[in-house]
Structures are given as C-alpha cells and as structure tokens.
Design a protein around this ligand. Structure first.
Ligand code: FES
Length: 173
C-alpha cells in the first residue's frame, strides 16, 4: 500500500450518521468483501473511504466476517498510519513527511500547520474543522514539498501558501 492511495477524507455531511446506519454500512461492506482473497486491507480501505475512519467497535464484526482473530484485524489497523480509529474533522490536511519533501521543508510546514491550527499532528482542531496528519509520499516528489487537503493535492507549498490554505479551511468550516 502506498500512502497516496485513498488518502482523501470522505465528504462529511453536517448530520452524523446513526450508530445503526454505521453498523449496517459496515456489515454491507463486510458482506461485499468477505469472499475476496486477502479481503482485510481492501475492506478496511472501503470502510475508511465510506466513514472516514474504522470504528473500534467494528473490529469484532470484521474479524468474524473474514474469519480472522480480533488481534489480527487490530494489528493491521494500527500498523498502517493511514487508518484512523476516530472520525476526522470536516477537512483533512495531510503534510508529506517523506524524504523528498523533508529535504524541501516539510518539517517546517508541519510545525507551521500545528501552530496555525493549534493542534498536533494526528489530531483534530478543537472546533472539529481540520484534522492534521502526516503522510509518507503523495507521489509528487518532483514538486516537493507537497500536501493534500481533502481530495486536492498541492505542490511546492510555501509557508505562506499553507497559512492561506489553513485559514480558508477554518473560515469555511
Ligand atoms: S516525498 Fe513527498 S510527495 Fe514524495
């Protein structure tokens, strides 16, 4: 799996889905994947694409549906940084921290994002407007440093451009 796969946040409506509808969605995805060989990763991607995260409460159903142990499912979810166990904010900002971007100022961009948003990497602003995450290569190494905001990639990001983007996100939330 590359970190550029399916990294976009899902589109979130203002209304939160009910627990019953979340469970039904997950069960539907389990049913759709369970006959596929090596279904765990595709299923986890599908759940995160749909909900924005993988609810910890779903681990048991996923394990049962794929005939795996809960520990196996939990191990895969926690192994990959990509998978979230909590719902993200309205927008997801991902700052690439892989080698090419690091060489072009990615660490400074992450520090600036943390300061501007008032939240650490891997967390969400108090308002719930933005979740900040690191990623490890967005496939835009030739245009480093790169970030992704929801579905959109941004190349050669300067501190000024990042500040503008973050302010726009907070204002639109
Ligand atoms: S290292 Fe950042 S896009 Fe590849």
């Amino acid at each position: 799996m590359t970190s550029s796969q399916n990294l976009a946040s899902p589109s979130h409506s203002a209304q939160k889905p009910s627990q019953a509808s979340i469970q039904a969605s997950i069960q539907g995805l389990i049913d759709a994947h369970k006959s596929i060989p090596g279904a765990l990763l595709p299923l986890l991607h599908a759940i995160q694409d749909h909900l924005g995260y993988i609810p910890p409460a779903a681990v048991g159903d996923i394990a049962k549906g794929l005939n795996l142990s809960r520990a196996e499912v939990h191990g895969v979810i926690t192994y990959y940084h990509f998978f979230r166990s909590e719902a993200p904010g309205q927008h997801v900002v991902q700052v690439c921290r892989a080698e090419a971007c690091q060489a072009c100022g990615a660490e400074e961009l992450m520090a600036l994002a943390e300061k501007t948003l008032g939240c650490a990497s891997h967390s969400t602003t108090v308002s719930g407007s933005v979740t900040l995450e690191p990623v490890y290569c967005l496939g835009m190494c030739a245009s480093s440093p790169a970030i992704q905001v929801d579905d959109k990639m941004h190349a050669r990001v300067t501190p000024h451009k990042l500040t503008q983007l973050l302010r726009q996100l907070e204002a639109s939330a």
